[in-house]
Design a protein around this ligand. Structure first.
Ligand code: BGP
Length: 490
């Protein structure tokens, strides 16, 4: 890819992203198993319910709770019915000029329980068809192996990722996909937002959040197992799909010091290390960074490693770094200073409000400059190509006379793309950009349909009412123009 001084390089991969658990629906179809995401749902009467709060999750517990609320588990179990409507959805993305489409392959569709030795062929055939459709329009697939879709059986039977046995199950799944799709997929991501294992543990590692003294220990042990699994996936990818590239993925949690007090500046540095760099250091440099030893010591955590783990991590570093970027937050180490500031919502974790920024309707602070800052800090440290695989604005769009005037989304994206352009001029190597989301899908955090991110509107509400018809938003036409001009016509 030729990087010019002026803007986006030739061949830049413009596109959009979705995840199986939020888009596909097709729950239970063609032998799909229940996944961790399938049991978190929106309940209009008691705000949100997340069954992960139940310690003993079994499918009968789920079915009972779903019956009690009368929601049938809507909407995650129905998604936007991408399982049956993928042809139309991909055609619309092609109409926007997509060069790349990011999606995930649901583990629970291929190995419904997770611990089987043989895959579910029916599940694989669905992804064969999705790839055929993308090939029709010359759209590159960017495939996430794990996007909050672990089979629930693994949580019930094995305790999720804190159990080392899960590595083997995951690798069986990953190797199968590399072998099958080696000539059809050039870009892979191992774990979506691997740092979610610290913040949103249930959907990421299958760990139910609690206050026990083992909780942090279990969290980091589960994350260690994902690191090893990610590195082993890199190894398998190199062996079975040598023409493709494989990357890690984090939720970039950009945090500034609340004041110029040196303690706050230091706190921001520590937050960056613990919540962002730790995950990239292990996967892009191939070793646990020294600052984590102190963190583990201070928190009484001892990571159990098996002989050979250090070499596995060292020998299998990723090809590119991908990340999601939505918001920034601020931090301070002083209770007095914090008391003067408000809290805010954010991706995966809550934060402290920055008085210089405005926030979305869901309280996520909008900070386009933060994307340039983040790209520079990451690229400086690793000098590896970056891929921005999520970025966007969740908003409550209104359908008026078959149109959606989402000027707020256009502004959000325009300002972020302008800052990406600046970062490229700063020298950052950026492979592509897949905003969240290509099309409206169910929100991961709230399980609502009304928190929309797409360029394409899907007529469906939080209660499952609607025609499911697709409508092009104003941002659809705007983004088409951006892609056609390779980012020149902002
Ligand atoms: C990221 C996830 C996505 C996505 C996005 C927006 O954390 O990788 O799956 O949904 O955030 O979050 P939400 O849907 O909660 O607004």
């Amino acid at each position: 890819m030729e990087h010019s001084k002026k803007g986006f390089p030739e061949g830049f991969l413009w596109g959009g992203a979705i995840a199986a658990c939020q888009a596909e629906g097709g729950f239970g179809e063609d032998h799909k198993g229940i996944s961790v995401s399938d049991i978190s749902f929106y309940d209009p009467d008691s705000d949100r319910r997340d069954l992960s709060k139940h310690l003993n999750i079994t499918s009968s517990v789920i079915e009972k709770a779903l019956r009690e609320t009368g929601t049938k588990g809507y909407p995650k179990r129905e998604g936007i019915d991408f399982y049956h409507r993928y042809e139309e959805d991909i055609r619309l993305c092609a109409e926007m000029g997509f060069k790349v489409f990011r999606f995930s392959i649901a583990w629970s569709r291929i190995f419904p329980k997770g611990d089987e030795l043989l895959p579910n062929e029916k599940g694989l055939e669905f992804y064969d068809r999705v790839l055929t459709e993308l090939e029709k329009y010359n759209i590159e697939p960017l495939v996430t192996l794990s996007h909050f879709e672990m089979p629930l059986h693994i949580v019930n039977e094995y305790g999720g990722w804190k159990n080392r046995k899960v590595i083997e199950m995951f690798i069986r799944f990953a190797e199968l996909l590399f072998r099958r799709y080696k000539d059809r997929v050039r870009y892979w991501i191992t774990f979506n937002e691997i740092n979610a294992g610290r913040f949103s543990t249930f959907k990421s590692t299958g760990l139910v959040e609690d206050r026990s003294e083992h909780y942090l220990q279990d969290c980091y042990q589960a994350i260690h197992h994902q690191f090893v699994a990610s590195a082993l996936a890199v190894e398998k990818c190199r062996r079975f799909a040598p023409n493709s590239q494989i990357g890690c993925m984090i939720a970039r949690l950009t945090t500034y010091p609340a004041t110029c007090h040196p303690d706050d500046v230091l706190q921001a540095m520590l937050d960056d290390q613990y919540h962002n760099f730790f995950y990239m250091d292990v996967q892009a440099r191939g070793a646990y960074p020294p600052y984590m030893n102190r963190f583990f010591e201070d928190n009484g955590i001892e990571i159990v490693m098996e002989p050979g783990d250090t070499e596995i991590l060292q020998n299998n570093i990723i090809d590119f770094i991908s990340f999601s970027y939505y918001v920034s937050a601020i931090t301070s180490n002083s209770k007095e200073r914090l008391a003067q500031l408000d809290e805010t919502e954010g991706n995966l974790t809550r934060g402290i409000r920055n008085p210089y920024l405005v926030a979305s309707d869901w309280g996520w602070q909008i900070d386009p400059v933060g994307i340039r800052y983040s790209m520079n800090t990451i690229y400086d440290r690793y000098q590896k190509p970056l891929f921005i695989v999520e970025n966007g604005l969740g908003a409550e769009d209104k359908l008026e006379d078959h149109e959606i005037h989402d000027h707020y989304r256009i502004s959000y994206l325009r300002e972020h793309i302008a800052q990406m352009k600046e970062a490229i001029r700063d020298g950052v190597e950026l492979i592509g950009y897949t905003p969240w989301s290509a099309i409206d899908i169910v929100s991961s955090g709230t399980s609502e349909m009304s928190k929309r991110y797409g360029f394409i509107y899907v007529d469906k509400d939080d209660l499952g009412n609607g025609t499911q018809k697709r409508y092009k938003k104003d941002s659809f036409y705007w983004y088409k123009q951006i892609i056609a001009s390779n980012g020149a016509d902002l």
